[in-house]
Design a protein around this ligand. Structure first.
Ligand code: A2P
Length: 270
């Protein structure tokens, strides 16, 4: 079935409450991962770290899935980092998009991986697995992150080395960015680990926290609720296991209406 339409052709029949946007670039990393960028509606505002509903018209009806926005709030385009599921209701089609194609986006963004949900601290950890890196791709490009914290440690764990490429490329580009490069060079640390292949850093982030290797590798003290803050994005199991470790270290979970020491959000799949 061919469900992909050109943006110009879909504009007149946009579903209620949605924007029709045009894909501007697509990059495939592995059989399971790709990134795409698209135009940003002029009226669309969001906070770095939030997610939005992204969709396509399938059988004449819009089908949406939640996607973290991977670009920062100042970027004039929108970026997304997506999984490809062979028979995923949305991603089996979304993975075929090309520049010029239409993508639907609902008008309201939301989420807990935002600065408003964390109380100030000295160091922020952003723990991610797989496509859970996406909201942090937004936050590490946001100057507010560097104004609020002295040190920003983003961890990304994947099964295989090839799955790290989006994050590795992005951190390098961020450190060379004219707007935030200087801050990122001084304050941003990227810790990438792999669980099913050889790599300098090996293992699940939960094990590396529990056995202290993460902190030894980084040369920083163990988690301290007085100065450390956390943001977590990955699978349901990863969220639960990482959250348990942060709570064991004495950090409490926050929300938009009740900021605290760490926040959690599921990396969405579909
Ligand atoms: P592992 O290879 O040991 O399963 P997935 O694609 O299944 O979401 O996994 C992405 C990464 O997250 C993998 O490196 C995987 O490690 C790791 N992972 C899976 N479950 C957990 C968990 N409960 N806690 C921490 N890391 C996890």
């Amino acid at each position: 079935m061919n469900v992909l339409a050109k943006a110009a052709d879909l504009e007149a029949s946009a579903p209620a409450g949605a924007y029709v946007q045009e894909v501007t670039s697509v990059q495939h990393y592995t059989d399971n991962l790709f990134k795409f960028r698209m135009t940003r509606p002029e009226s669309f505002r969001f906070r770095s770290g939030e997610f939005v509903m992204i969709g396509l018209m399938i059988d004449g009806k819009p089908l949406y899935r939640a996607y973290s926005i991977a670009s920062p709030s100042w970027d004039e385009e929108l970026e997304f980092f997506s999984i490809k599921v062979p028979d995923g209701p949305l991603t089996q089609y979304l993975q075929q998009i090309k520049p010029g194609d239409a993508v639907l986006m609902k008008k309201k963004s939301t989420g807990t991986l935002v600065h408003d949900a964390l109380i100030p601290g000295k160091r922020v950890y952003m723990f991610s697995t797989g496509t859970g890196f996406a909201p942090f791709a937004s936050l590490i490009r946001d100057p507010e992150t560097y104004e609020k914290f002295d040190q920003v440690i983003v961890t990304h764990t994947c099964r295989e080395v090839s799955e790290l490429k989006y994050g590795l490329d992005l951190v390098e580009a961020t450190k060379n960015d004219p707007l935030i490069g200087e801050m990122a060079q001084a304050q941003l640390v990227h810790y990438a680990s792999v669980t099913r292949e050889d790599y300098p850093f090996k293992g699940r982030i939960t094990d590396l926290i529990a056995n202290g290797k993460l902190f030894d590798d980084l040369g920083v003290p163990r988690l301290d609720p007085a100065i450390d803050r956390g943001m977590i994005c990955g699978s349901m199991e990863m969220l639960k296991d990482t959250k348990d470790l942060l709570e064991k270290a004495g950090l409490t979970e926050g929300a938009n209406n009740k900021p605290a020491e760490f926040v959690v959000e599921r990396a969405f799949v579909g």
